[in-house]
Design a protein around this ligand. Structure first.
Ligand code: DGT
Ligand code: CA
Ligand code: CA
Ligand code: ZN
Length: 576
């Protein structure tokens, strides 16, 4: 049993306890435990086996969770979890994933209307039986019906960060199998798409049976869908699918190329091969006149090489311009990479809903090789997060001035704000104060469901304000749970060009907003992009790579991203 499996068990415990309305402290203990275990360098199995080590003294674990780790490692199961699973109707957990339905409402629907499946829930809404319940109304039915649609679409695809966790669990499990010689994850996961439909795994092995048996022992396995000689599909966790293919060593590169896709990229590759008198499939590349004699296949590099192409990074393989860029003598645009990012310009501190102080956030940024950051806490309208009014904001900026004055390493904290665009249109902070900021983000948090003309006018108004530098998460979407605002993006983009403003690519994997398509639009219009983590803690800064990858996929060039600019260049631009 690996650390990631144990963490997963604790996360599920927390979810189920929370659903049952258990003590928030207990729920948090499991969540913190899961997080601590994921961050642990040493393996729990080793720690337990070593009498010189004491698991319960690890921060975030404690004696209760340490005992549970022991049980899990010894038996592979946790009786408390089995019991909770049995006692909690599966439909409850599913209902709480519908935006706007909390645990309490889900319980009422289950108990009062006997709802056992999402289909029954949909029918109850259509029959208008839900509005009769205490605390529900006709508009709740509409909300549930809309939410069901979003939840269904989402349940079919896994968000990239969740896919990362699952892939990590599968990888560590498969790495225990001594019969596996090579192992790689392919498909949309390898291409870094914002969501993945299923997970594709390729392995090289002489012993197919042993590999498949080993996969059957994966802790997250729910069922085996099919098992053949070279291909096996399983369901894991919440019905998510994993495809395993066992391929011969001499075909590994060709199979990796084929199953990484995308389909569009592969179509273009095959047509290029044809023109060169060759044929490509998942076993290798061959000449058309000798189709059984492979001339390449063991590595991806040689597959591309015999087609007279440079190796193409997987995140570019969407059948756009990547093949032209890989031609001999082509000069591809300078795409972005994580190493180019020197700034993070959207983050929160303890002044509002962040977990860490200005100095802590600055240190976390230094560790990640940033040379400057902007502190952008919420403005007062976001009262839930203790948003700042003018007075508190000015006090925070004084603190930032003092902090900067004490630093000798050239690191710089910019005085910023994430200023709400109020429902009626104006900004939440007075112009006179905004004019003293180094960096102003404007964003919509309230009135997200306003009609198109109204919400568009709000954002256009913010762009027209001379103190605003960028619009944060411009469409407001949350992947798999909240659709974008009805905003007229074309108008927003045109205004960004007119006023010379930035648009944000929020790197949080729950947002990735702007989307790839929107980034391509912005790219064509020459709009500067700012990629930011919107970190609410030091660790929150680790999501930058998701934003960078999304930008790469959209073909955004390094120089278009203001986070790659040295501080001086950014400051000069801000003085425009
Ligand atoms: P997903 O799983 O929906 O997020 O997207 P992918 O790209 O991972 O798609 P998937 O899992 O169906 O297949 C993995 C790759 O295998 C895909 O990108 C290209 C290749 N592939 C699979 N089936 C076909 C096919 O019928 N034709 C072609 N040309 N390629 C295929
Ligand atoms: Ca896939
Ligand atoms: Ca697949
Ligand atoms: Zn924020």
């Amino acid at each position: 049993m690996h650390n990631a499996d144990i963490a997963h068990v604790f996360e599920e415990m927390a979810d189920l306890l929370e659903l049952r309305g258990e003590n928030a402290f207990r729920v948090r203990a499991y969540r913190n435990g899961a997080k601590a275990i994921l961050e642990l360098e040493a393996s729990i199995v080793d720690l337990l086996a070593d009498p010189g080590q004491d698991l319960k003294s690890v921060a975030g674990i404690g004696s209760t969770l340490a005992d549970k780790c022991q049980v899990l490692v010894e038996t592979g199961k946790l009786p408390q979890l089995e019991k909770l699973r049995q006692e909690t109707p599966a439909v409850l957990m599913k209902m709480t994933r519908i935006p706007g339905l909390g645990a309490k409402k889900a319980m009422v629907l289950h108990q009062e209307l006997g709802i056992e499946t999402l289909e029954e829930l949909r029918q109850a809404c259509l029959d208008e039986r839900v509005r009769a319940l205490k605390g529900f109304a006709a508009k709740t039915e509409k909300l549930i019906l809309d939410g069901l649609e979003i939840a269904e679409a989402a349940s079919q695809r896994l968000r990239i960060d969740q896919a990362d966790k699952l892939v990590h669990r599968i990888r560590t499990h498969l790495e225990d199998c001594s019969d596996i010689d090579q192992l790689e994850f392919a498909g949309s996961f390898r291409r870094g798409k914002e969501t993945v439909g299923d997970i594709d795994v390729l392995v090289v092995s002489q012993n197919h049976t042993a590999v498949m048996d080993h996969l059957e022992s994966f802790a997250g396995l729910v069922s085996v869908i099919v098992r053949g000689d070279t291909k096996m599909s399983i369901r894991v966790d919440d019905q998510f699918q994993v495809d395993l293919r066992v391929v011969p060593r001499e075909s590994f590169g060709a199979a990796l190329q084929y199953f990484t896709g995308s389909k569009e990229h592969n179509v273009a590759i095959r047509s290029r091969a044809r023109k060169l008198g060759m044929t490509v499939n998942e076993y290798g590349v061959a000449k058309l006149d000798a189709p059984d004699q492979y001339v390449a296949g063991a590595t991806e590099e040689e597959v591309y090489d015999v087609l007279d192409l440079k190796w193409i990074p997987p995140d570019l393989r969407e059948g756009r311009r990547e093949i032209a860029w890989a031609e001999p003598g082509a000069s591809p645009p300078p795409l972005l990479s994580l190493e180019d990012v020197v700034a993070d310009l959207h983050m929160h501190t303890t002044a509002t809903d962040g977990a860490h102080s200005i100095a802590q956030m600055a240190d976390a940024a230094r560790e990640r090789r940033r040379t400057h950051i902007a502190i952008t806490d919420h403005s007062r309208r976001v009262s839930m997060a203790n948003g700042l009014d003018e007075e508190r904001l000015l006090a925070q900026w004084d603190e930032i001035d003092r902090y900067n004055a004490e630093q000798s390493d050239g690191f710089r904290v910019l005085k910023g704000i994430e200023c709400d665009i109020l429902e009626a249109g104006p900004l939440d902070i007075a112009d006179e104060v905004l004019s003293q900021a180094d960096w102003v983000l404007a964003s919509v948090h309230y009135g997200q469901k306003q009609p198109r003309d109204k919400i568009t006018a709000r954002i256009l108004g913010a762009l027209a304000n001379p103190h605003v530098d960028a619009i944060a998460h411009p469409t407001g979407r949350l992947i798999g749970s909240r659709p974008p605002y009805e905003v007229d993006l074309q108008a927003v983009f045109e205004a960004a060009v007119e006023y010379g403003k930035c648009l944000e690519l929020n790197a949080s994997p729950a947002r990735l907003d702007l989307s790839e398509q929107h980034l391509m639009m912005a790219l064509g219009m020459g709009i500067p992009i700012t990629i930011n983590t919107d970190a609410h803690s030091m660790e929150g800064m680790d999501v930058m790579h998701y934003g960078v990858q999304q930008a790469r996929r959209a073909g955004v060039e390094r120089d278009q991203v203001v986070n790659t600019w040295p501080l001086e260049r950014l400051l000069t631009w801000l003085e425009r």
